[in-house]
Design a protein. Structure first.
Length: 590
């Protein structure tokens, strides 16, 4: 048998016996020189082995003083050989450790039985602490009388630090997640359990006695057993641990249990794989939660995709990160085209700025915006109004990462609102501004004229003979006549002038920014001429004339009510003087 295949303890025992035999032969002066020489060569060989092993070898007398050691021990202790020789154990350990040291060696002395694992904590020359794992055996002379101790030491400081680090980490994480307990297991190379903790038993719902000796195939279906086998084979072949491997097993009661398992190799002292160890964490609750979240997301995505309103998500820069089909229809783009698109690509400058301000307000306040109307541009260039609702999206750390919202096409509603607004301010028959709108325009004109010291004229117009047309030709003919009159008035006026229908056959004209009243007279004459031309109606041809009263700001009034009243008075004066003419307001005529 190769001597190098023997354990350090076996080598030590042989060396010790050889030394005793050499001493015995020398004392008895036995004349077998050749045998002595062979024994010395063996001692040299074994001493060479001792000097080359990683572990430290030591010999101490019964008082605990070093009498022999190899170079590895000097490296472990970081003492030079001359300082270590004769050093007593009480010189490099504290009082408590010295007592434990004495008790362990005293037990070996009394029983004669070696101690295979004995831990020392020593203090090096530089004051640093080292942890040693040692074996201790009794040394005897040729008569069997104890003369000291010998054994092997190895430095396990790093392992102890790692164990302490692992202990602290485990303690920390267990405090953080009190309700979660990890299972620990060891299996041999055939997949048979050799050790399990209580948590594994709780996971599997087997007792420890039932689990030990069982293999994974005994509580896994064919597919999962194959999957687990492949994972363990990969760890065996590569030596690389698996950090998170999902394993599904069938519990004793027939229910399924899913664990997240970490796997690493167990090696013997020669580095050969002898099994596997791992940590198992029950993730059934997490799996159920993931499935619940998946179903919930699927349900809400289904709702989002089926809803009529557009749904969108954008990042903090305003770029689309998600849209539903309805939003694609709203803007006329495909989903692929919209993702990554910025607001400036589907809105003009004014509305892009408005959309930025909307998101910025939500970002600063965190308060959602319920409905904000914006005009956006579709892919085909058509413009459409959208009512936007927006809220903040926050990340796991609570910081804003974007915005989500609902977009509804309200173009039809806006059109209806505009129509209602138009009808509220315009005459339904002639589409001219009505009395309400004219009063507002007149008010603005008064304020402007006061500020800039300008003149303008107001003309009150009443049709002569309109009642006869209504009575003889009918209301349809009357309505047709009024529409034609409105068109002739608009054609006659300047672009800056305003004509409105007050009701019936009454109209009013505002001529802004005139240099002199004579300009109003010229316009009034043109209106009379346009009115007096014959009208071709479906029921026949007819003629009407107009009576016009003119009032000039600020000469004839400096507020709306006065101007309208005086223009009306001037119109009645024109009627009294024969109709088909115009008159300026004059205080002499009142």
């Amino acid at each position: 048998m190769n001597d190098l295949s023997k354990t350090p303890s076996e080598l030590l025992e042989e060396i010790f016996l050889l030394r005793e035999k050499i001493g015995e032969l020398e004392r008895k002066n036995i004349a077998h020189r050749h045998a002595v020489e062979m024994l010395r060569e063996s001692e040299i060989k074994y001493r060479s082995v001792l000097d080359n092993i990683e572990e430290g070898y030591y010999e101490v007398d019964l008082a605990g003083n070093f009498t022999f050691f190899n170079d590895s021990l000097c490296r472990i202790w970081e003492y030079p050989k001359e300082e270590l020789m004769g050093l007593n154990y009480r010189q490099y350990v504290d009082e408590e450790s010295a007592d434990k040291f004495f008790q362990s060696f005293n037990q070996v002395f009394k029983t004669g039985k070696p101690v295979r694992e004995f831990y020392w904590q020593i203090t090096r020359r530089d004051g640093a602490t080292k942890h040693l794992e040692a074996s201790v055996s009794l040394r005897r002379d040729s008569k069997g009388t104890p003369t000291g101790f010998h054994g092997i030491m190895r430095d396990v400081t790093e392992r102890k630090q790692m164990e302490e680090s692992l202990r602290l980490n485990e303690e920390k994480y267990r405090a953080m997640i009190e309700t979660i307990q990890d299972g620990y297991f060891e299996i041999d190379l055939t997949g048979t359990y050799t050790f399990v903790n209580d948590v594994i038993c709780q996971h599997m719902r087997y007792s420890r006695e039932e689990l030990l000796g069982l293999g994974n195939r005994q509580f896994q279906d064919r597919a999962n057993a194959k999957k687990a086998y492949q994972a363990f084979v990969n760890v065996y072949n590569t030596g690389v641990p698996v950090k998170a491997f999902e394993m599904e097993v069938i519990r004793k009661d027939g229910t399924k249990q899913i664990s997240e398992v970490s796997i690493s190799l167990i090696r013997d002292s020669r580095g050969q794989p002898v099994g596997f160890r791992g940590i198992s964490r029950d993730i059934c609750d997490r799996k159920e939660m993931e499935e619940s979240l998946r179903q919930s997301e699927e349900r809400y995505r289904s709702i989002i995709e089926q809803m009529e309103d557009g749904y969108f998500e954008v990042d903090l820069a305003g770029n689309f990160t998600f849209v539903n089909d309805a939003e694609c229809r709203n803007l006329g783009y495909s989903r692929r085209e919209l993702i990554g698109m910025n607001r400036r690509q589907y809105a003009d400058e004014k509305n892009a700025v408005a959309l930025f301000n909307l998101f910025n307000e939500v970002y600063k306040t965190g308060t959602p915006v319920k409905s904000y109307d914006l005009e956006l541009i579709r892919k085909d260039g058509a413009k459409a109004f959208h009512a936007i609702s927006a809220s903040l999206i926050k990340g796991a750390d609570g910081k804003p990462v974007g915005f989500r919202g609902i977009a509804r096409d309200v173009s039809e509603r806006k059109s209806q609102e505009e129509q209602i607004k138009y009808l509220a301010t315009h005459d339904g028959l002639t589409e001219l501004p009505n009395r309400l709108m004219f009063n507002q325009l007149l008010s603005h004109a008064v304020q402007g004229a006061k500020r800039y010291q300008k003149q303008f004229a107001v003309m009150f117009i009443d049709l002569d003979g309109f009642k006869v047309v209504n009575d003889t030709l009918g209301h349809d003919a009357g309505d047709q006549l009024l529409k034609e009159i409105a068109a002739r008035f608009k054609h006659t006026l300047r672009a800056v002038d305003v004509v409105a229908r007050l009701g019936g056959d009454e109209f009013v004209v505002m001529m802004e920014d005139i240099a002199a009243p004579e300009q109003a007279a010229v316009l009034a004459q043109r209106i009379l001429e346009a009115t007096g031309k014959p009208f071709g109606l479906a029921s026949g041809e007819c003629r009407v004339t107009a009576s016009i009263g003119i009032c000039v700001y600020p000469e004839n009034g400096d507020d709306e009510q006065t101007l309208m009243k005086n223009a009306d008075a001037a119109m009645y004066r024109a009627k009294e003087e024969g109709k088909n003419n115009f008159r300026f307001y004059s205080t002499d005529a009142t």
